[in-house]
Design a protein around this ligand. Structure first.
Ligand SMILES: Cc1ncc(COP(=O)(O)O)c(C=O)c1O
Length: 402
């Protein structure tokens, strides 16, 4: 049976999975291979070493699990903590909530500061809590660097300062699932102990790899950590990885994609990748302002350069916009999760993306909003973004020399 043609590409404007570069697709278009072959380490050892540069670490170790970001969260806590350990966290969106939930299911004692969704990690409250903990019962501090549900970026370096100001030795664990490979992430400079990422966002790959970077200090914490672990045990990975192998069948095809991903990120240059994300995100924010709408992020200091959660006017349902965009215009926008379901739609602007792709998403969002009766002027958001992109085009180093 011939399937019905839907002309044109699906506009993938969700905040992950993101668009996949052709070079990654091509790198994965290989015959399945023997993961115990004598020359397999020639491929894996340099790869594992090179991924460290994306996290900006020179020490510690990167682990690549066949899993999604959630598995990365689990590996972080299971390898470093013991039942009943105290953990400091803040909940201000679905992903910060889910990591706390995972910790509780593991029997950790989580002090989760509940905040309005749209705010970010509360640096002062963190510092107060840490200063008050004179006997250092808090063993880990969690930070959701980029809360994908609300489009909020927190200041990881600020949490490091809070820990240092309090003279507190807790491990600093960061969820960088929707930030690493897109916006500035300086694991070593910020003294991050465990950083968790997934392959389907900044790495521009299919879902399927949890990529976890671990500091020397966190590696040492394994010696006393008593939480149960098997699949995600760092020990097994360390033993096998040192010779370029894995404790179980690795996702070889995805590892080939990861090689291409790291090469692409480094050929563009991480600084340029961050600048590109910032410029595209600023264009989206200009569009939202021109529509007369607001972002869920409550303050510009929290504005995310990878995803914008746009609040629809009271009384209207954001899910209608999302459905209309999908069915009429073949555009996938991100939906509102949990507390903000129906209140926001999300525009993902991360990964393999340029101005034209962003403008297409903004155009689709505009059409869908107009169809749903949201009083915005046709072309207003697209126009505002166009102005921003043309204004900043010259300063922004071109991808191809003229
Ligand atoms: C910030 C953040 N953390 C964690 C996750 C969970 O990752 P996964 O869905 O790959 O398990 C996501 C997923 O979107 C996310 O955005």
């Amino acid at each position: 049976m011939v399937s019905k043609m839907i002309p044109g590409f699906n506009g993938l404007a969700v905040p992950g999975p993101t668009n996949m570069p052709f070079a990654i697709r091509q790198a994965m278009e290989v015959a399945l291979e023997d993961h115990r072959a004598p020359d397999f380490p020639e491929f894996t050892l340099p790869l594992l070493a090179d991924v460290k540069r994306i996290f900006r670490i020179t020490t510690g170790q990167v682990f690549v699990f066949p899993a999604s970001g959630t598995g990365g969260w689990e590996s972080a806590v299971a390898n470093t903590l013991s039942p009943g350990d105290q953990v400091l966290a803040a909940v201000f969106g679905q992903f910060s909530h889910l990591w706390v939930d995972l910790c509780r299911r593991f029997g950790l004692d989580v002090d989760a500061i509940e905040l309005p969704w749209g705010e970010g990690t509360p640096l002062e409250l963190y510092e107060q809590r840490l200063r008050a903990d004179k006997t250092h019962q808090i063993k880990a501090v969690l930070v959701c660097h980029n809360e994908t549900a609300t489009g909020v970026t927190s200041e990881v370096g600020g949490v490091r300062k809070a820990l240092d100001a309090a003279g507190h030795p807790a491990l600093l664990m960061v969820d960088g699932v929707s930030s690493i490979g897109c916006i500035e992430f300086n694991m070593e400079a910020w003294g991050v102990d465990v950083a968790v990422c997934g392959s389907q966002k900044g790495f521009m790959m299919p879902t399927g790899l949890a990529i976890v970077a671990v500091s020397q200090k966190a590696l040492q914490a394994r010696a006393t950590a008593r939480l149960p672990r098997c699949f995600f045990d760092f020990n097994d990975m360390i033993l096998a990885n040192k010779d370029g192998y894995f404790p179980y069948t690795p996702a070889t095809t995805l590892l080939r994609g990861l090689r291409a991903s790291v090469d692409l990120l480094e050929s563009e240059g991480l600084e340029q990748v961050f600048a590109r994300h910032h410029r595209l995100a600023t264009g989206v924010r200009h569009a939202v302002e021109a529509w007369g709408l607001r972002l869920c992020a409550k303050h510009p200091k929290w504005h995310s350069d990878t995803v914008s959660a746009v609040l629809v006017p009271d009384g209207l349902n954001a899910n209608e916009v999302i459905k209309t965009a999908y069915h009429r215009y073949n555009l996938s926008l991100g939906s509102g999760l949990s507390k903000v379901a129906g209140k926001v739609f999300r525009i993902g602007h991360l990964g393999y993306l340029n101005e034209l792709m962003v403008l297409a998403s903004l155009g689709g969002a505009e059409m869908a909003m107009i169809d749903c009766g949201i009083p915005i002027e046709a072309g207003s958001g697209v126009g505002a973004a166009v102005k921003h992109f043309s204004r900043t085009a010259k300063q922004f180093a071109p991808v191809k020399a003229a």
